[in-house]
Structure formats: structure tokens, C-alpha cells
Design a protein. Sequence first.
Length: 259
Amino acid sequence: MHTTLQTLWQETHDGESVRQRLFHVLRQSIIQMVLAPGQALSEKELADTFSVSRQPVREAFIRLSEAGLVEVKPQRGTYVVKISQRAVLEARFVREAVEVAVVRLAAEKGLDPGVLTDLHDLLARQRRCIEPNDNDRFYRLDEAFHRTLSLGVKQHAAWKVIEEVRAQLDRVRYLSVPHSTPLERLVDQHASIVDAIEARDVQQAEEAMSLHLREILVSMPDLVRRFPAMFEEQAAFEGQESQRFKEQENPALKQETIQ
């Protein structure tokens, strides 16, 4: 099903306030590229779309601006911010630090059988997304996978941090599938994480999580070439960061670069 503002609105909870629902819908629509990078946003048009007053739309714009997803330009309007590679890399760094700590704890102490059952169920459901290329459903299950891990080791604050930095990352991740990253690869990486936890292999669990979260470094250069209008200009250090990761994964590449 094609994702629209209306379908995202229908997926929100009726029990939430209009302000909260509107913020969630606009945030998710930016992440899922329903509202494209650089697109102008009309306060009036959005208010009419959701049959709400302009005040909650204005408040949502403020919150989205604080999250780095929109830019309010005085006398000019409000625009979806283009994807900043710098912001993506910084968010990835924070997320890796937190999630590696989470998976280390899970491998050291083990997970309750019920949590492991939930993880295996999520893996099975993710695999069913591969053949029909159901990217939207996969990413909901992907979020559930990482949330289950964090809450499974009783690290609620860790999950809050992850949620805060996810927005910048998720725009690239939505763009990367199916253009650069096959779903099957991501599911296999999730499976490797679970296998390492079950084996109580701390080092392997950490390495599997790091590899999974560094997948974005592999896909982003290709995405910048494919969709240059969606990205801000690439800073020099960002290209170097991606190069360093590739060299870590393939030492021969470093030797070729030196030569």
C-alpha cells in the first residue's frame, strides 16, 4: 500500500492529543520520504488535510525544527531539511555506542526466554517481508527488534536515546532499501546478533551489532550519487569516515589507496 499523510494519520492512536498525533504523522512522513527533502510545507494546507486548526501544525513545525527535520525561514516559509551526512554520521556514532552496550549486556547476562522468543518471532516476520519487498512493514519490525533488545535488558533510557537520534538515520535507511541495501542482508544481520546473544558470545554480539549499524556507511555514498538533490553538500570528513570503514572491512583496500 502506498504511504500517504492520510494513511499515516490513520495509524496513530485516537487516544493521543491532536498535537501529538500531528507531530508523529509529520515526523514519520519526513522519515519515510512522503514529504521530500527540500519540500516546502504549508501550514494552511496541512491543517486542511487533517481537518485541524493551524495552531497544532505550527507547534508541530517548532518540534520538528528542534529535531532538525524542518527549517522555518522567516518571511519565506517552512521547508523539510535536506539530509545532512554530518548529522547522519553523528547520530550513527551515538546509536552504535548505545546499542553495542545493550547487546553486550544481553550477551553477558542472557535474555529471558520470553524475550528470545519475541526476537525469533520478529526475525520470522521480517523474513516474510523480503519476497514482497514490504519495506514499510520491515522497518516497523526493525524498530520493534531494536526496542525489544533494549527493553529486554531493562534499559529504557537507552531506548529513549536511540529514538531521539533515529530520525536522521531512518531517512537514509528508508532511502537505502531497495536501492542499496537488500532486506535479506539486514535480516541476516539481525539473526547474527540473536545467535551471538544466545551463544553468550560477547565479542561476537558486539561485532555483529557494529556491522549492522555501520551498514549505513556502506550505502550512503551510493545514495548521495543516486539522489543528490536530497542531500546537503558532502563534507570532506564524511567521505573520509566512509573510506575508513571500508578499509576496516577490507584491509586490501587500504593498501590499494596507499599505493
